[in-house]
Design a protein around this ligand. Sequence first.
Ligand code: AMP
Length: 597
Amino acid sequence: MDGKKLEFKGEEALRELERLTTNARELQEAILRDIISRNKETEYLRKYMMGAEDISKFKSMVPIVTYEHVQPYIERISNGEDSSIISGHPIVEMLRSSGTTRGKPRLMPSIAEDLDRRTYMYNLLMPIMSKYMPGLDKGKVMHLLFIKAETILPYGMPARSVLTSYYKSDHFRCREPDPFNNLTSPNEVILCPDSRQSMYCQLLSGLIHRHSVLRLGAVFASALLRSITFLEQNWRELANDIRLGQLNPSITDQACRAAMSHMLVSPNLTIADEIESICNKASWRGILVHLWPKVKCIEAVLTGTMAQYIPMLEFYSGGGIPLVCTMYASSESYFGVNLNPLCHPNDVSYTLLPNMAYLEFIELDNGLRCGNEEEVQKEKVIGLVDVKVGKYYEIVVTTFAGLYRYRVGDVLQVTGFYNNAPQFKFICRRNVILSIDLDKTNEEDLHKSITVAKEILEKQNYLITEYTSYADSSSVPGHYVLFWEIKLMSEKLESGKAQSLVHPELIEGCCIAIEESLDYVYRRCRTNDRSVGPLEIRLLEYGTFEALMDLLISQGSSINQYKTPRCVEPGPALDLLNSKVMGSFFSPKDPTWNAGL
Ligand code: AMP
């Protein structure tokens, strides 16, 4: 970030955005020069640049890498080695990304000043919103924000999610009062490690202030929907607390109790009656605007895998107010903002800011591949301002904290330019086929977990002949569904009978084994965050996958190259599979998970 200014008011922020986007090329070059100059003595850059400082050497000598390449350095630092092996500034924490490698979450290095960068980007958001929605400083914001479990690495460095790091920092806890960001939730409630108690108290705070809430949201749509489901289950208790002016005894966290006691000073029969009569309605269509009548927009990430939640949020918001996606960020770096916040989530493009990190882009073909997946050809890598409208790219980041030409794994498409800064639509996370909340399961993870189940079935003489999967978000929390055709190995029995003969315990055992073999983040979402429901296996009639092939070929898939899709989306393929289900089995217990890595 050039300059140290973090806070901008109104017009000043818009001018800052003009400056950034107009000077995108110069700012990107300046940031790369700065990173090289600060970090040239690190073991990493010495190895590849041998002390050189020029940008052209960086581009020709430093490799484009994935996490496997970075991991040994991260492990050395986690085990107590000096952070100067990759960064010129002390690494103060590791940010636990929701991406995983070999089942474990990836750790991204972070230095103290990274908090300033995040704060800087947050401070640009409200001036952009206010340009389109005046008066947002005249009320409150009900943002449902949660921290996640953190661990301390062997030599004392914390490993936690980027949002947990931010909410626990002084930048958030000791922020100046801001009329645009007057949160309904007290800090103590946001920082409560028990997510159920936190959610209860945040909803209660929001309901108490229901007549002054102007913006409502969560970081990701999945968390917002989970909170709405929680409200469906708990509104009577919440209304009762407001009626009595007393917090439910199930809230045992002392910091939460103390913070809430300032809000529940006396019984409020009027608000309690209003909430009860609204929540008692048979349909919850538009519940968000009924409960919070002044709300002008709903904010949450609804792009990428979160797009599956758009219809549900449209239902709960009644369709009359905008669903706003404000920014695109990751543990590696915060990337960009949405300059057109009122556009529909399907049409959102993010303008990447040129002063957060040095950004490069690997050009992908239409199948979203970049040729040799392991070794990227140098000529396919271009700078931020050189991308072309319409093309697909994978984003590559270089940071002050010690990531060099690191492939983030996100696929973006250029939709246009704002001044000289390109704007990108988020297309997908590379390879991820299943995702409900922060979990990201790729084809390989899924295949590995199916292999474990296959072994269990084979011992009982069953074979899985074909499978596919589906992220079912029609219930909250959503869950993974696996569609299987199985058959008995015995020659005398025709395939197809297997489905009706199989013992439910056997398939439930497979559900357990599959969940156990899915990665750390999946198991955390299932067991700790409760943001993903039990995995389900649906057994299909014999011949269903043949019928699926016929269907997909009739829709244009090539016969020669046909492969069973390992994941299906809502539509005719899913309808076909669902029409052939002979039995459905859920995982009967939570998978093991502990906060340690
Ligand atoms: P994490 O590193 O766990 O914070 O996850 C960051 C990832 O979340 C990004 O690399 C994206 O894949 C995804 N993500 C973050 N913001 C957005 C967004 N606005 N739209 C779509 N995906 C997003």
